[in-house]
Structure formats: structure tokens, C-alpha cells
Ligand binder design. Structure first.
Ligand code: HEC
Length: 113
């Protein structure tokens, strides 16, 4: 049933291997605002554990596609998390990156074919 998510994870892992070692940043350092920021990849790894299929399906967390929540609610949830439910990501992402994440969520469409 969850073959798609697995495929995405495998694809993401294999494309990460093509990065030259020198270009890799230590994982704990937030990327600068102008660095390429791949939200799809983020959802395949960090967020996908709880928001399945790139946010299209519920997991431990709610489905994000077609969310009735407004942008402020999402920004607050991503920054501050929710105790016992969702981790805090305020230190991991800049405001610009959180904007990217919200834009990604708003553009989610059901997969076709
Ligand atoms: C450990 C599980 C977990 C992880 C990892 C996680 N979330 Fe969540 N997320 C949740 C849960 C549970 C909720 C609902 C919290 C509540 O009850 O309001 C939530 C809510 C949200 C919401 C608000 C939508 C709504 O309808 O409540 C957004 C936006 C969101 N998450 C984005 C993200 C993003 C982006 C990431 C990755 C950077 C992420 N989440 C990672 C569990 C998780």
C-alpha cells in the first residue's frame, strides 16, 4: 500500500549520493536563505514520517493537502510544533524556508496515473 512513499524515499536517497562531498553541509546547520531548498525531499524524509505521501495523505499527523488551516496557523505549527504531537522546527528553518513549505503544501495535488 505504501509503495509510493518508499519509492520516493529511495529516489531521494539515491539522488543525494550524486552530491559531491564538498557541497554537503553538516546536518545541524540550517541552510542559508539562498541555498536551494527542496521541500519535496524534506517531506520524503523529515516530515514524511508523519505526513505521508508528500503531505497528500494522513499519517501520524493530519493530511496537509487541501488543509482548511490558514497560512498563519501552518507557520505557527511548523515553527513551534505541538507538544506530544509534532516536533518544533523553528530552529531548523528560516522564515523564507517556512514560506516555501507553505507554498508547497498549497500546491499539493492528488497523484495521478
Ligand atoms: C512526529 C510526527 C510529525 C512530524 C515529524 C511532523 N509533523 Fe506536522 N503535524 C503532526 C501532528 C500530529 C499534527 C497535528 C497537531 C495538532 O493536533 O494540531 C501536525 C500538524 C502540522 C501542520 C498543521 C496542519 C493541520 O491541519 O493541523 C503542518 C502545516 C505541519 N504539521 C507541517 C509539518 C512539516 C512541514 C513537517 C516537517 C518539517 C512536519 N509537519 C513534521 C505530526 C508531525
Amino acid at each position: 500500500m505504501n509503495g509510493t512513499a518508499l519509492q520516493v524515499a529511495v529516489l531521494a536517497a539515491s539522488s543525494a549520493c550524486t552530491m559531491p562531498a564538498a557541497a554537503q553541509q553538516p546536518a545541524a546547520t540550517p541552510a542559508p536563505d539562498n541555498a536551494p531548498f527542496d521541500v519535496g525531499q524534506l517531506f520524503a524524509t523529515t516530515c514524511g514520517f508523519c505526513h505521508s505521501d508528500g503531505g497528500r495523505a494522513p499519517g501520524r499527523g493530519p493530511q496537509l493537502m487541501d488543509s482548511p488551516r490558514d497560512d498563519d496557523f501552518m507557520r505557527n505549527r511548523i515553527k513551534n510544533g505541538k507538544e506530544g504531537a509534532m516536533p518544533t522546527f523553528g530552529a531548523a528553518f528560516s522564515d523564507a524556508q517556512i514560506d516555501e513549505i507553505i507554498k508547497y503544501i498549497r500546491s499539493l495535488k492528488p497523484r495521478e496515473g
